[in-house]
Every structure is written in structure tokens, then in C-alpha cells.
Design a protein around this ligand. Structure first.
Ligand code: HEM
Length: 365
């Protein structure tokens, strides 16, 4: 599947994702994102403390499974799917990258989890076929899709593509959602601007939708600044297939070529005072990210740029508009450092935040 098949088939397989990310679908997803964020906020009660990375992980699994797979999987998140998914995630480690078949406990659990996912998704697809049901979701899109050759996708291929998309988009979103919350908490003046912006937009619009989310530049620039300072994927890797000339150098075939968003986002000639959290750098007139085509590459660039960037931005904005509207948050300890030992670079744990329901009437209550 995907990276493990030929480039042509991979392009066809990832191409099936396009209808799921078109505007009509994104309109529906926005409502789902708000709904899940609201349910999560309701579950928190009046005050307490949470492990922010874990909370964002749980919330984004629910959003991603409901938007990108299907309601039936979302309904099973708390009754088995989250556990299976955790075992799959644990199988995605450095050892597995180099020696994917090494018989160690994490890999055995990963393979067992993959078998159980196939069983779960296969059962859902059978039930849909028997009931002649055709819900408007990505699983159904794949069930109806055909390769250029006219061949339908097997259930196993559909399972693989759904997992590819889930893996590409869920954990990365959880991590960037966490960093966005953390940075806003230590920038109270900016956070107040974000809150004012949200209040104003929702008072005018009177409801929550994709259109309102598109009118939140202060929040959007905060997310962009977190993409710059804390890109979840810190290393993008390619293998050079043919000798490649760059300036005076020739990069020989077989070389691993890498670019690190975490490093290039800190080049002082591209981003002024690069260590500083300063979302306004993206607003006119500075628009620092527009000064170079590849200045901001937290979602990659070129042929394999992220297909889910708009989905991810919308999700992060929906989550934090709801949470900041409902609660005041504060960090329980020092601002965490990045954990570079993980494939997706989140904050070091523990990373707990305290929350208290706000006295002001909420836009979303
Ligand atoms: C904050 C969240 C996300 C981040 C930081 C992120 C980052 C990235 C990056 C850096 C790449 C390029 C990898 C490379 O060049 O090797 C990529 C590719 C990809 N992303 Fe995302 N992503 C996120 C969310 C999503 C979501 C929500 C989806 C799906 C809805 C998604 C689907 C994909 C796919 C399918 C690719 C492969 C594209 C290709 O190879 O042609 N991503 N992502």
C-alpha cells in the first residue's frame, strides 16, 4: 500500500483521497470537529487537570475516525478500536523502520492489531453491502472506487489505505494541537486576541461552520507559528535515484537526501528572531512565509506535499476555538521540551495542564 507499492499505484491510491477532501466534504467535517470538541469539553466537567498530549490524541482519533473512515469505526473507538490502534502505533518505531519483520513483542502486537483492524473494517464493509447502505464517507468512496484498469479495490487494500490516511493525519494533528495549546498558554496577550476574534466572528455568524473558521486570522497564524516552531515531522527523507547536480556538487545515486523543517524554520534570514513565538510574522506586511516558496514546510512541499493540510488546520482551529471559549488553562509544570526520540515530535511528558470552566457565557454552550 502507498509507499510500499509502485509510484503509479501509490498515486492512484492516494488520489482516491481527493473527493474526501473537497469542499462539500470539508463542510461536513467542520461540523463533526466542533461536535467532537464540544463532547470532549462537556466530558471535562468544571475543573481538573489533563495530560494534554493524551487528551489531544483521544480527541483526534475520534475526529479522524468519524471524518476519514466512517461512523461505525467512530462508534467503536471506546470499545476496542482505540486499543487496537494503540498497538498499531507502538509498532511504528525506529526498529520497525529498519527491521520490520524482527520477531519482537511490539511487532507481534502490531501484526495482531493489523489482523483485528482488517476483521473490523471487513465486517463493516460486509454489513454495508448486505444492507445496500452507502454512507457518504471515505470508506464508501474506496468501496466504490476503481483503479484505472477497472479493477475494484480488495477489502485488504481498502483497510490499508484507510490506515495510511489515519496514520498520516491523526498523530501529527494531535501533536500540533498540543503545541498550539501550549504556546497560546504562555502568550496570554495573544491568547486574549484569539478569544476576542472568536467571540466576534461567532456573534456575527451565529453558528459554527467552515466559513467562520476561515475568518480567524489570529488563531490561524498561531497554528502556523506552531507549525514553524514545532513541526511534528522533523525529517523528510528521499532516496536519490539518479546522480543529482546541485550547484557545484553532484549527489550520487543511492544517497539519502533529507530536509529538516525544524532546522529550516529557524533560518534567521527567512524568519526574523526565529526562536520567538510571534504569529504576526505571517500577517502583512511582513508575511515572512511568503518570501520564499519553501519557507514553511511543516506539511512538506513539492510532489509529495501533505494532502490533508487544510483538514489539519481546520481541525486545530475547531478544537481550540471550543476549548478556549469554555475553559481557562494553565500549565502545571515548566514549558516542555520537544521529545526528539519519537517519530512525531511532541512535547516531553509529563505535560499536564489545569483547566477551569470560564465564568463568561460561552458562545458554544
Ligand atoms: C498537523 C497535521 C499534519 C502534519 C504536520 C502533516 C505533515 C505531512 C508532511 C510533512 C508530509 C510530507 C512527507 C514527506 O515529504 O515525506 C505529509 C504527507 C501526507 N499527508 Fe500529512 N500532515 C498532517 C495531517 C494530515 C492529514 C489530516 C491527512 C489526511 C487527511 C494527511 C495526509 C497526508 C498524505 C496522504 C501524505 C502523503 C502525500 C504524498 O506522499 O503524496 N496529513 N504530511
Amino acid at each position: 500500500m502507498a509507499y510500499d507499492t509502485s509510484p503509479d499505484i501509490m498515486a492512484e491510491q492516494l488520489g482516491f483521497l481527493f473527493p474526501a477532501l473537497r469542499e462539500a466534504a470539508m463542510r461536513r467535517y467542520a461540523l463533526i470537529m466542533f461536535d467532537e470538541a464540544r463532547q470532549f469539553a462537556d466530558s471535562l466537567g468544571k475543573e481538573g487537570d489533563i495530560d494534554l498530549p493524551q487528551a489531544m490524541n483521544e480527541l483526534t482519533v475520534k475526529i479522524a475516525s468519524r471524518c476519514l473512515i466512517g461512523q461505525e469505526v467512530r462508534d467503536r473507538v471506546d470499545t476496542g478500536f482505540a486499543e487496537i490502534y494503540r498497538d498499531l502505533q507502538k509498532g511504528l518505531n525506529t526498529l520497525g523502520f529498519f527491521l520490520p519483520r524482527l520477531p519482537v513483542a511490539a511487532h507481534r502486537k502490531r501484526d495482531e492489531a493489523r489482523r483485528r483492524v482488517a476483521e473490523l473494517f471487513g465486517g463493516i464493509m460486509d454489513a454495508r453491502r448486505n444492507a445496500e447502505a452507502s454512507p457518504d464517507d471515505f470508506m464508501q468512496t474506496l468501496m466504490n472506487a476503481r483503479y484505472k484498469s477497472g479493477r475494484a479495490l480488495s477489502d485488504d487494500e481498502i483497510t490499508g489505505i484507510l490506515l495510511t490516511v489515519l496514520f498520516a493525519g491523526q498523530h501529527t494533528s494531535a501533536v500540533l494541537a498540543t503545541w498550539t495549546g501550549l504556546e497560546l498558554l504562555r502568550a496570554p496577550a495573544y491568547l486574549a486576541r484569539v478569544r476576542d476574534e472568536v467571540q466576534e466572528v461567532y456573534r456575527e455568524a451565529g453558528s459554527m461552520s467552515i466559513d467562520s473558521l476561515q475568518r480567524l486570522p489570529a488563531l490561524e497564524n498561531a497554528v502556523r507559528e506552531c507549525e514553524r516552531l514545532h513541526p511534528p515531522l522533523i525529517m523528510l527523507i528521499r532516496k536519490v535515484l539518479e546522480p543529482l547536480r546541485y550547484g557545484d556538487c553532484v549527489v550520487p545515486a543511492g544517497t539519502m537526501a533529507m530536509v529538516s523543517p525544524a532546522v529550516s524554520h529557524r533560518l534567521p534570514h527567512v524568519f526574523a528572531d526565529p526562536e520567538r513565538f510571534f504569529p504576526d510574522r505571517f500577517a502583512p506586511p511582513a508575511s515572512e512565509d511568503k518570501q520564499h516558496h519553501y519557507a514553511l514546510i511543516g506539511f512538506g512541499g513539492g510532489k509529495h506535499a501533505c494532502m490533508g493540510k487544510n483538514f489539519a488546520y481546520m481541525q486545530l482551529k475547531a478544537i481550540w476555538t471550543v476549548l478556549l471559549d469554555r475553559f481557562d488553562f494553565s500549565l502545571s509544570g515548566a514549558f516542555p521540551r520537544p521529545n526528539y526520540g519519537s517519530w512525531v515530535t511532541g512535547p516531553e511528558r509529563p505535560c499536564r495542564v489545569r483547566y477551569r470552566r470560564r465564568a463568561q457565557p460561552s458562545v458554544f454552550s
